[in-house]
Design a protein. Structure first.
Length: 531
């Protein structure tokens, strides 16, 4: 599970309400920072510089300093305080007291600066240049505004320094609520976080700014979580494995679903074939490609196990949709940005099928009344549809969205995907380097296993295919989308760079195979007991 900075602060407060000593939490956090800092030195001797901010993030830094000094390392501490404490204080005196207690335990020298000071001076510059590991304990969950003045300059100096940088909780400047950076931010080699990661650690730019991520347990537990918080997870197999398709011993191919894919016209049939082929190879029982008569022979020349059906107009499409055995439909890949794609998308949504709308089925709603028609059909659909937009498609479809939480500005891809999912009651797979999968009930997942070479022509068509395949085999829309996105990234990782969408489509079945519980079950074996 992932928690925003605000939720983490709530966890902290709940812990205190439940009788957990907040200073002990800080001591555990500081010790974890020290452990990670030592690892960064890689068994060499060296100097640590702790840059400590005015809040509890700085307190963690002070505890780490004392711990490191106790282990015999040379440590320099610089504390940045608010000049007029009363005017600038966070208002939470208990938090300030913990940080002050931490500094009271620090036995070494503290160089004190005020945040109002205008420039990084020579002394500070030298301390940065002479250190081997810089511990960034400036700001964590309590960051309220962009870094300015002295700290902004300081961050720029640190980012240019040769020292390794260890960020405490988050790299200072990364906002744990908006998940973004407004202005400058520390670029860390390693980030140590406590209890649970934040979405900002896995969304860009945070994912890159954090460097390696480590998680330390400091005495918090599920007992401090609010069960009403919508689930946000890192998309990993543990999350979707229990939902993967299970095959009955006497199962029929129709038990594993029948996927219908709408082909593009003669000059653009490849995309839908990639989707269809992937859907079949990832386990769907049957796949049919509905193709115009003029494209039929081109499609036929490339397909064997995927079936073909002629379909020249919306009436024929609706007739095909009447087949009750077809349980899942893909519309969009290579289909064309036109009225026919709009009509076929609406008909699919109205036909009580699981629907994956991708590519042109997301781009063809060019005016407001078109979009309203789509949104109405999505809201009325019997099954939760799955939309798979990349950034351009998302912006065309959803434009300016409000997620009802206007205090969090600017909104990240996570906020936008969740808002879109809620608006149209569909699962939204917001594709990118940090693909977000959002469900209408507020659940969300951030995917982090996809390598950059996955961005290749046709990769999206393959993704639509695997998601539809899993959906056809009985997985819920959200779980099918999460599993499909992860498997897609994993297949690309296994292939390595360079890679084409065709390679991806042929590799995906191996990923499904490796994860599927059915391959561990030993079907077809007859146990013969001899006495
Ligand atoms: N369970 C938890 O949540 C725990 C949290 N701990 C630490 O506590 C941190 C959160 O502490 P706080 O809530 O005190 O917050 P921070 O220490 O992140 O910062 C708050 C202080 O910074 C000031 N400030 C915020 N943005 C500023 C800006 N742009 N320029 C100048 N000043 C700014 C605020 O006025 C306030 O004084 C976490 O990040 C973590 O490191 C740990 O001590 C262990 C337990
Ligand atoms: N930098 C990146 N790192 C990892 N995955 C990426 C990156 N950029 C794009 N992707 C993924 O590549 C796929 C591209 O899909 P899409 O944009 O629909 O391409 P196409 O339309 O060519 O099929 C998506 O799954 C997306 O999440
Ligand atoms: K920090």
């Amino acid at each position: 599970m992932l928690l925003s900075a605000a939720q983490m602060q709530r966890v902290d407060a709940t812990a205190v309400e439940q009788g957990i000593n907040s200073f002990e939490l800080m001591c555990s956090a500081g010790q974890a920072v020290a452990d990670t800092a030592v690892e960064l030195l890689q068994n060499r001797s060296g100097t640590f510089l702790v840059l400590a901010g005015p809040g509890n993030n700085g307190g963690d830094g002070a505890i780490a300093a004392q711990e490191l000094a106790g282990r015999g390392y040379q440590v320099v501490v610089v504390r940045f305080l608010v000049e007029a404490e009363a005017g600038m204080a966070s208002g939470n005196e208990a938090e300030l007291r913990d940080a002050d207690r931490a500094f009271a335990q620090w036995r070494g020298v503290t160089f004190a600066y005020t945040l109002q000071q205008e420039q990084v001076d020579q002394q500070l510059r030298e301390m940065i240049d002479q250190s081997d590991v810089i511990i960034d304990a400036l700001f964590g969950a309590g960051l309220k505004r962009p870094l300015q003045g002295l700290v902004a300059q300081l961050v720029e100096q640190v980012n240019m320094a040769c020292a390794k940088v260890l960020a405490v909780d988050v790299p200072s400047g990364l906002n744990g609520n908006t998940h973004g950076v407004d202005g400058v931010c520390i670029k860390a080699d390693t980030t140590v976080t406590f209890f649970l990661h934040k979405p900002a650690h896995f969304l860009y730019p945070g994912r890159e700014l954090c460097g390696r991520k480590t998680l330390a347990q400091i005495g918090l537990s599920k007992a401090q979580l609010n069960p009403d918080w919508p689930l946000c997870v890192l998309n990993e197999p543990d999350f979707f494995l229990p939902a993967l398709p299970v095959l009955g011993q006497e199962g029929h191919k129709f038990d594993r679903g029948h996927v219908l894919v709408r082909s593009g016209p003669l000059q653009s049939t490849g995309a839908s074939r990639l989707s269809a082929q992937t859907a079949l190879e990832c386990g769907a029982g049957l796949v049919t490609l509905a193709s115009s008569n003029e494209a039929l022979s081109v499609n036929a020349a490339h397909l064997t196990a995927v079936m073909l059906k002629p379909c020249d107009n919306i009436s024929q499409w609706q007739l095909i949709l009447q087949d009750q055995r077809i349980n899942t439909v893909i519309v969009g890949p290579g289909n064309g940005v036109d009225a026919a794609t709009r009509g076929c998308s609406l008909a699919a949504l109205q036909a009580d099928k699981h629907c994956v709308l991708d590519a042109d089925a997301l781009s063809c709603w060019t005016n407001t009344s078109d979009r309203e028609q789509l949104f109405e059909a999505l809201l009325a659909a019997r099954y939760t549809a799955i939309l798979t937009p990349h950034t351009g498609e998302f912006e065309r479809l959803f434009g300016e969205l409000s997620d009802g939480n206007d205090q969090v500005q600017p909104r990240s891809r996570l906020h936008l995907a969740c808002a879109a999912a809620r608006l149209v009651k569909a699962v939204v797979v917001f594709k990118g380097a940090d693909t977000v999968i959002a469900a209408p009930d507020g659940r969300s997942a951030i995917n982090a296993n996809a390598p950059p070479w996955l961005a290749t022509a046709g990769a999206g068509d393959v993704l639509a295919g695997v998601i539809a395949s899993l959906s056809a085999q009985g997985m819920s829309a959200f779980e099918a989308a999460c599993a499909g996105v992860w498997m897609h990234g994993q297949a690309a990782m296994e292939l390595g760079y360079p890679m084409s969408a065709e390679h991806l489509a042929t590799r995906l079945p191996q990923v499904v195979h490796a994860l599927s519980p059915v391959n561990k079950k030993g079907f077809g074996e007859t146990e013969l007991v001899k006495r």
